[in-house]
Ligand binder design. Structure first.
Ligand code: GTP
Ligand code: MG
Length: 333
């Protein structure tokens, strides 16, 4: 199952208690206080990880607890600091305070570490409390408690290009021939159940990140099929690529399919329909005379017709031109 939301309980470590102790040595009957400080509690950090694409592990382990600091010891020994907890999360994770819904942070890039809960400070040992009038203090500080909070995590994958289309259009086939991504491909609807990312290598060490999401169907906005929940994953992309099956087996046929895509994107709202969109007309190997392609293009608006890229993921025809166009659309602004 693809999980893109999770609730976690974050608890940083309690600071260790300071120690009450007095120096005891032979021939030194009344040594001064030598109680060490408690160690600081461990903090909880989130760190962005490129290879993760779900929050499912938090369903099983929602408690994220850093270690407590150790109490101080005698002989001025400080307690050990509690170990920090480093939690790997997929890039694109948004972290909110579960009660107030306030956005705490967004983990956008791999390797970036964000502290979610600071560990409690360790208490001071009695060595700090000796004064001229009290040379044998029995007073120490308790360690400060850690921070506890409940956070709501939400994953919205980050990509440059988002693939949108009906089930079976060939979205996963496309991502698998232009990148190293290997999502499942099959001739039945809803093969893809969760988003996949693929990286397309470009000259000059540049790359385009493409997101394959589950297919949408008419009425997706009202919850039909897998719904439009996955469209939020293309919310952060800069360019949308509609993938349309041009073959005679396409059900519904290409022009209807394109209308559904446009309509569902509009219904989703959140400025998705204002994004640049290119149209990949797929499976042209099944339309050798280009009759279906010409008919499809003739029914489009002039503006849309100029954004059509005929491709076949089987023969790989048109893929180069499509990628160049995507690249141009991404670098245009
Ligand atoms: N002939 C032909 N078949 C294709 C082409 N591209 C994809 N297919 C076939 O179309 C079927 C669906 O392909 P997928 O890539 O799984 O389609 P999808 O859009 O990811 O489908 P969902 O994940 O269900 O939304 C598979 O049987 C593919 O082999 C193509 O260019 N030509
Ligand atoms: Mg698929």
């Amino acid at each position: 199952m693809f999980v893109d939301t999770a609730t976690v309980f974050i608890i940083s470590g309690h600071g260790g208690r300071g120690c009450v102790s007095f120096r005891r040595e032979k021939y030194l009957p009344n040594g001064g206080p030598d109680g060490g400080d408690g160690g600081d509690g461990g903090s909880v950090f989130f760190i962005g990880e490129i290879n993760l694409n779900t929050l499912s592990r938090f369903r099983h382990t929602p408690k994220l607890v850093a270690q407590n600091g150790q109490p101080g010891g005698s002989n001025n020994c400080s307690g050990k600091k509690g170990k920090d907890l480093l939690v790997k999360v997929p890039c694109g994770t948004m972290v909110r305070n579960a009660e107030t819904e306030e956005l705490l942070c967004e983990i956008l890039e791999p390797g970036i570490k964000v502290m979610l809960a600071h560990g409690g400070k360790g208490g001071r040992g009695n060595q700090h409390f000796a004064t001229s009038v009290n040379q044998a203090p029995r007073h120490v500080e308790e360690g400060k408690p850690g921070v506890a909070c409940t956070a709501a995590l939400e994953l919205k994958v980050i990509a440059d290009v988002g693939l949108v289309g009906l089930p079976n259009a060939g979205k996963s086939s496309l991502i698998s021939v232009v990148s190293h991504a290997r999502p499942k491909i099959a001739g039945y609807p809803f093969t893809t159940l969760r988003p996949h990312l693929g990286v397309i290598e470009r000259p000059d060490y540049r790359s385009i990140v493409m997101a394959d999401i589950p297919g949408i169907i008419e009425g997706a906005a009202e919850g039909k099929g897998l719904g439009i929940q996955f469209l939020k994953h293309v919310e952060r992309t800069r360019v949308l690529l509609a993938v349309i099956d041009i073959s005679e087996f396409a059900d519904p046929p290409a022009d209807k399919a394109f209308k559904i895509v446009q309509q569902e994107i509009k219904k989703f709202g959140r400025s998705l329909s204002e994004k640049k969109m290119l149209i990949a007309v797929n499976k042209i190997d099944l339309d050798p005379e280009q009759t279906l392609l010409s008919r499809f293009i003739s029914r489009l608006s002039k503006e849309d017709a100029q954004r059509v890229y005929p491709i076949s993921t089987v023969t790989r025809k048109g893929l180069g031109a499509l990628i160049t166009a995507l690249d141009r659309a991404l670098t245009a602004d």
